[in-house]
Design a protein around this ligand. Structure first.
Ligand code: GLU
Length: 461
């Protein structure tokens, strides 16, 4: 069985880079009818894990990623880590190191002076003397000293690191608390992980984790290190680029389907297909097809996908989602009709709400450029005649409104714009919005008349 996990450090919200690796792990588990587990890396006790967990679960819930089993908290597992540390001490695979901070600083300084990379020199590795007084020891693991630490990365291929690059690193601090790479290795083993998919910012942690695996005789999982997401300038995407919080996308009017589709394609591909349903992804996803190089965040692409998913959502679904964007659904029949004529043009739910409001609410101001352009010559007279005709024709559908427009245009021998432009500005306040016939069909003759009267009195002022 394939078992994957997501192991966020609680930083308060779910970063989209994290959401992407979570998505890859989730897809791989779901594809194989395996398990997707969630672990909170909260050994840094100064952070509030409750809030962080809530933020992460909220974001997972929004995008539809479900996890299996109980959430595991590292902060509740110190006893387990302690027992493994004791086991390594008992087996002589780890040892107490009494080096003081001053000694460590001296060692560093002399290594740096020689142009060497700072590393622990193993001075307490085989120590059997009397420990110095007043020093609380740290515990270091005996790392392999010669040869190479190797593993086959599912994305990057063979990774081979000289053992000399990894020193006898600390697995427990002098206060007894275990260190990062140690607990990750223990948990990944204890949770039964078969596949670890994570950002390649962790690539250099993996050899250390392998040291722990080997000391305890654990079987290695398969590792996949995913290249980072770059911003549009080619630098690693960071919180400074804004919109790093997955929930910002919700607030900014994106559909979760669009975000998922966008994120999965940042790094993974299937031919040149761009649009994937979740079901398709579960069928097609394979972490071996994740690209080796960093992918670039491209907002236009996300907007394009979002527009696609908005356009293809049912009007009912959009109406429900629009509640968060100030659109009330009391008059839901009309709202559904308005959504039907506006959703093809909206890139986000924020856009869509604006488009809807332009139709629902009579303009309170007019775009100046549009006014100038539309109200030249006898525009007011044309509008008046058109409204007078509407009162006689009483159109009851889009086609009938269209005919009314045509008949004015023909009888006055004018171009379509001569009527269309002033009408658009009068009804919607600017040169925007869907076809006039659809808009008029929603507004009805009385409202059209009233909006035309309003712009006329505005023009008189
Ligand atoms: N807690 C780490 C992070 O948030 C992930 C650790 C891992 O995936 O091994 O970056």
């Amino acid at each position: 069985m394939i078992i994957t996990r997501f192991a966020p450090s609680p930083t308060g919200y779910l970063h989209i880079g994290g959401l992407r690796t979570a998505l890859y792990s989730w897809l791989w588990a779901r594809k194989n009818s395996g398990k997707f587990l969630l672990r909170i890396e909260d050994t840094d006790l100064s952070r509030n894990s409750d809030e962080a967990l809530e933020a992460i679960l909220k974001a997972f819930n929004w995008v539809g990623l479900d996890h299996d089993g109980e959430v595991l908290y590292q902060s509740k597992r110190f006893d387990i880590y302690k027992s493994y540390i004791q086991k390594l001490l008992d087996e002589g695979k780890a040892y107490k190191c009494y080096m003081s901070k001053d000694e460590l600083d001296d060692l560093r300084a002399s290594q740096e002076a020689k142009g060497e990379r700072p590393r622990y020199d193993g001075r307490y590795r085989d120590f059997s003397g009397t420990p110095p007084e007043g020093v609380n020891p740290v515990i270091r693991i005996k790392a392999q000293q010669d040869g190479f630490i190797e593993f086959e990365d599912g994305i990057k291929g063979k990774i081979k690191i000289a053992a000399s690059e990894v020193d006898d690193f600390i697995i427990a601090r002098s206060d007894g608390t275990p260190t990062y790479n140690f607990v990750v290795a223990i948990d990944d083993y204890e949770m039964g992980l078969t596949d670890v998919i994570r950002g390649d910012d962790h690539l250099y942690n993996t050899p250390k984790q392998i040291v722990v695996y080997e000391a305890l005789g654990f079987k290695l999982p398969k590792f996949y290190h995913v290249a980072m997401i770059n911003n549009e300038k080619g630098k690693k995407l960071s919180k400074r680029d804004g919109a790093a919080d997955a929930m910002d996308y919700k607030r900014n009017g994106y559909l979760p389907e669009a975000l998922i589709n966008f994120l999965v394609r940042l790094g993974w591909s299937h031919g040149d297909q761009e649009i994937f349903s979740i079901e398709e992804l579960i069928e097609l996803f394979d972490p071996s097809n994740i690209g080796k190089s960093a992918s670039s965040y491209n907002l236009d692409k996300l907007l394009w996908l979002n527009a696609h998913y908005i356009k293809n959502s049912s009007n009912d679904k959009l109406l429900a989602l629009l509640k968060d964007f100030g659109i009330d659904s009391d008059n839901s029949d009309i709202m559904l009709d308005i959504i039907d004529i506006t959703k093809d043009r909206a890139k986000t739910l924020v856009d869509l709400a604006n488009e809807i409001n332009f139709i629902v609410k009579a303009p309170t101001s007019y775009d100046e450029k549009a006014l100038k352009k539309a109200f030249k010559g006898d525009a007011v007279e044309i509008l008046d005649d058109f409204v007078a005709n509407l009162e006689l024709d009483k159109p009851t559908n889009k086609e009938a409104y269209h005919k009314s427009m045509e008949s004015i245009i023909e009888s006055k021998e004018i171009g379509f714009g001569k009527l269309g432009q002033p009408l658009r500005v009068a009804l919607l306040g600017a040169m925007r919005g869907p076809g006039m016939d659809s808009v008029m069909d929603i507004l009805g003759v009385d409202e059209i008349k009233s909006r035309v009267e309003s712009i006329k009195s505005f023009l008189k002022r």
